[in-house]
Design a protein around this ligand. Sequence first.
Ligand code: NAD
Length: 632
Amino acid sequence: MQIRRLSPALGAEVTDIDVANISDSQFETLRQAWNDAEGFLVLRAQTLEPEEHVAFARRFGPLFGEADQFQESVLKNLLPGQPALYRVSNKKDAKGEPLGRERAGTYWHSDVSFRREPAQASLLHGIEVPDNGGDTMFASLSKAYAALSDAMQRLLGTLDAIRYEGGEVDFAATADVDRAVNAARQAFETWRDTPLTRRQNVMFAFREQISTRRMDLARTLSAEHGKTIDDALGEVQRGLEVVEFACNIAHLLKGNYSEQVSTAIDTYTIRQPLGVVAGITPFNFPAMVPMWMYPIAIACGNTFVLKPSEKDPSTSQLAAEMLAEAGLPDGVFNVVHGDKVAVDGLLTHPDVAAISFVGSTPIARYIYETGTAHGKRVQALGGAKNHMVVLPDADMDLAADAAVSAGYGSAGERCMAISVVLAVGDAADTLLPKVQERIDDLTIAPGDTAGAEMGPLVTQAHLDRVLGYVDAGENEGATLVADGRGFSVEGYENGFFMGPTLFDNVRPDMSIYRDEIFGPVLSLVRTDSYADAVKLINDNQYGNGTAVFTNDGGAARKFQNEIQVGMVGINVPIPVPLAFYSFGGWKDSIFGSHAIYGPDGVHFYTRQKAIISRWPDPVHRGVDLGFPRYDN
Ligand code: NAD
């Protein structure tokens, strides 16, 4: 039996471990390490016989507490070949009390979930290893729990079977994509005709799953992405809101009906699902951005293939588990991990009807062009360079709070992050020291550290890229007010951390102004007038989000009217619409005519059909070769 441990955040390795050979004393060491650590562990058993599950539970139970917590009775009822998921957690609150669903008096909890049918092509990805002869276990161990991780590695390092690899998941080949699309195509035959109320009920159950396990989702995505747990919980919440929107799908799919448009003729419209739709998502919101897509697509009656970012893949796995537990039939939601090969497989697949994409602009353009060339409906949301205008009459404390929150939250890795502050007139002189003060107070630490406000960047390559921009800004003559280079966090010296960086006197010709940096680098541009600020924004390639800070209602109203950007904040730095509106930028921040989620989401994932109906009627007037007029 093997355990595969995946913790790519902060550059950790993937490890295969032969747990069958662990001795009792080694167990004891692990147990001690577990007691001393705080965290969670997910073990996924792919294709074990029921007895093997029970044996495993008995052996591992003592490591985490009592064996019966692994729900032996559930395990015994598994069918041969059914996979099971073991989750254990010993996270404590500030008083040392167990958090979440832990049982009273114990410091951990376990849970077993399983799919009712043997796994099909619906969960294809590198972390669950299919077709392996029945002896592969997968374990996802949060990087944050370094104490346990280190102890495990020290302990297990003595075993022959240990193997280190780079921090990667296995990427799907074209054949894997075909399997997933085929599973989705077959599932569509029944899912499209599954009663609306039943589809809605699955969404309600999914909503409960997310509510109950939001901490699991947050921890998983924080461990892989690096963002703070608080921020991750916020992300989960915003995704959950789209699920709640999808719970109301029956109302959203109503058509129109006009009686007697002509003699004995009625007209009505219905909205029908498209078929198999695919979602391709970026690394920066591994829970929320996929949830912008699949809850609505699935509730509308489509089946879905998700290709999440290869940089933080596990959250999608958890979502798949939750959907299965919510009663979603196999094949309706599918996950395929991978890179361009997997993406191209979806873009060109004849059975994929539509593609939703969120990511950078060059890839969004490619997705739109390739997808539409293959006859698909495509919505492709791209990158951004969001400006925040601060007028001289603004509340400068509010503006400084906003600039720092929106500039450095999630280490600047948000498509709605503020990356440029346009300070009009003398606003900069008051604003700059206030921003600086707030930057100095920021706590930068691993995402699950209490009090952490900013975590690491997602990968070493991305960190290098962002640091390169800091060098470039300095060389191009901007004034470096806060330098985030050379920053490290004690105990995580190899982590992908950098400090918040602030440039003043940035000019539009500099690369730090022109390019989307996607890191904790904020540029202050001084403009003489409101008109200059608006011109800069309107001339920009991107048009995702923008904000104006002012106490002048007339100025704000003028701004909202003339600004060439899709989402506008008035004294609000990150204007992300709630789930019942739609999200989307303008210009090179979007390709295709549908924004994402909300009413546009329902329209994107359905096609309207108009029906003109006449039932046999005595006034039938015989053959008429004229074009139908409906005016009598
Ligand atoms: P990315 O474009 O590199 O990757 C997005 C997806 O495309 C991933 O699933 C990736 O595997 C895939 N991909 C990457 N290269 C590809 C290629 N050559 N061919 C086919 N597929 C490819 O984006 P990212 O770095 O993961 O995310 C950050 C970007 O996403 C930023 O530009 C950010 O602004 C943008 N973003 C936009 C929004 C929005 O709503 N507009 C939201 C979140 C993120």
